[in-house]
Design a protein around this ligand. Sequence first.
Ligand code: CA2
Length: 143
Amino acid sequence: MFLNGPNLNLLGTREPEVYGRLTLSDIEVEVRARAAQLGAEVEFRQSNVEGELVTWIQGAKGRFDVIVLNAAAYTHTSVALRDAIAATGVPTVEIHLSNVHAREEFRHVSMIAPVCRGQICGFGVKSYILGLEAAFYVKVANK
Ligand code: CA2
């Protein structure tokens, strides 16, 4: 299950120098194309509401093998998302379009990183594809 946090619905409309020109729907199309090659089923969701993301993470147990999460700004602030990831126990891959470590200092901190399997950032839409491949690796190789 791919989860996308706040403002990612604005992709492709502003800040193309940071986030690229693709919309979130364009990214979803690319993810689905790669998922078809891998034979993986994908659910793709976005919310601007922290609690909704928490509810989706809680609901992942028994329904999804892996969560691929671009928590956007909540990455840097949300104890609630971190607790939900830890509580659900579903392996979670943290992804970002931009290289958060090369940006403002407040983006260097991820509240969720310690409870995620790993982090992929800085590759634009390819971060999503690499996130999918990491999820596939976690599931198929049982790693
Ligand atoms: O690089 C990423 O994927 C981020 O998760 C994107 C978040 C940012 O807060 C994180 O630090 C890194 C921001 C998503 C908002 O996207 C926008 C898209 C178009 C215009 C404005 C914001």
